[in-house]
Design a binder for this molecule. Sequence first.
Ligand SMILES: CCCCCCCC/C=C\CCCCCCCC(=O)N[C@@H](CCCCN)C(=O)O
Ligand SMILES: [Zn+2]
Ligand SMILES: [Zn+2]
Length: 515
Amino acid sequence: MWKSLPRVLSLVVRGFALTLAVLATIVVIRTATFPSYQTSPPECKLTDPDFIPADQERLSRFTSAIQFRTVSYERGVGTPQELARFTQFIRESFPTIHGSPLVRRDVVGNYSLLYRVDGSDASLKPYMLASHLDVVPITQEANWEAPPFSGQLKDGYIYGRGTIDAKHSLMGCLEAVEFILSRGHRPKRTLYLAFGHDEETSGHFGAKVIGEMLAQRGEKIEFILDEGTPVGEGLVPGVSKQVALVSVAEKGFLQLHLTVNEEGGHASMPRSESAIGILSKAISKLEDSPHPNMFKMFGTGPETRMLEYVATEMTLPYRMLTSNLWLFSPLVGWVYSKKPQTNAFARTTTALTRFNAGVKDNVISPEATAVIDHRIHPSSSVEEVIEFDRKVINDPRVKFNVINNMEPSPTSPYGKDSPTYMLLQKTIQQIYPDALVTPTFMVANTDTRHYWSLSSAIYRFNPYVMTPSDLPRFHGLNERISVQNYERVMNFYYHLIVNMDEPLEIKRHGHEDEL
Ligand SMILES: CCCCCCCC/C=C\CCCCCCCC(=O)N[C@@H](CCCCN)C(=O)O
Ligand SMILES: [Zn+2]
Ligand SMILES: [Zn+2]
């Protein structure tokens, strides 16, 4: 038996080498032949006279919009007087829209706005552009480079709460419609503009009511475009070109309230465990046990499609990994887990957002509570997340209470078979001729959850450029937008509305073979 050992070892080594050689060959072939999902930009860009300039008048309207302190604090707790003033400002600032016989304006839930611009061809299904009037509260006001409700212009940027979330798209849509109507143009297809007033606190009194109202009217919408992911610069690992990230789905969420009740008492005679200690251990376990990495689970959801769409444009190492996710998805998953903004695409995330306990320095608190904010990956579910957390905590003294939840959204159609996705892609390329376009999903939430029954084609996209250093400005310090980006925003919506005059099914602009 020992005599044959060298022969067996040699066979094993050869087998191993052969397997490696076969794998390497497959990897090389796939890297070299991986398909490109990109199309060349359309030739017909709108020319100068057809371009909306970010002139003094438009910038001043945008600045004024930022100056309204339309803050949403908690569900049902907002700033009604500011909202009323802001909607009045909108009415006065866009006289053509508000005076047009083609436009119907409904005020919904006291402050939200729903506009219907009647198209000339009633046989076409309407589409909808959405945004919101409200903003999140200010933090660290003293550290802002310009006052947060000033709309101050500084070094080519407009500063203020709402500049990127999301008064840019609210005002951009209105500027585009005002521009089109003031030129005497009537769109072929009916267009809705839906602007909720409490998106930042879940849209319960705004978008939800708009959704119900349209559903009651029996309205079916061709496609919906709301705020969302941006044109990323340096956001997608391995891609140096700009990447327009079009969210075709949205993560779910689960806000969990955890409570521990134990005996309290005098701080001089503590028991071995306290409510605070038990809850601290529980949430520390949650932080130490992230939910499964979907890349490592060989995911086939939007997270992998997002990468495959830009694979051919990646630097060689990333290109090789992405063209061979069948082999390397665990490695890609590991890379993505390293940064918060990419980790959010890899898994269900766990954020510990509140921790409350104790009333006095020398009193042992009988109760400790915490809030966990999970954002649920499209391939998981609310039930799976609760089950996972219970197993990780594994302590019956920690009581679970679901505050609020939503399953991940359905995925909207994308790619060459979806005329609406291709129309968005074409419009994006008219504004960003050098950008790649890829489907992805939203890691945060939007008002679109209230519109699921109205349309199966729901997209979330912000037509401005963002770099990694811009991400903390979302809900954060020094929120700002460049004048150049605001101009792109207005022109994106304008181009989109013009493009919607073409029949959706028909291939356009000499790119027939690509559509
Ligand atoms: C590999 C690709 C890497 C991409 C990098 C990340 C790109 C992400 C960029 C932007 C995401 C911004 C998210 C903006 C969210 C705006 C919506 C929002 O704030 N929604 C709130 C709703 C709150 C409702 C109450 N529960 C939220 O989600 O908290
Ligand atoms: Zn927003
Ligand atoms: Zn927001």
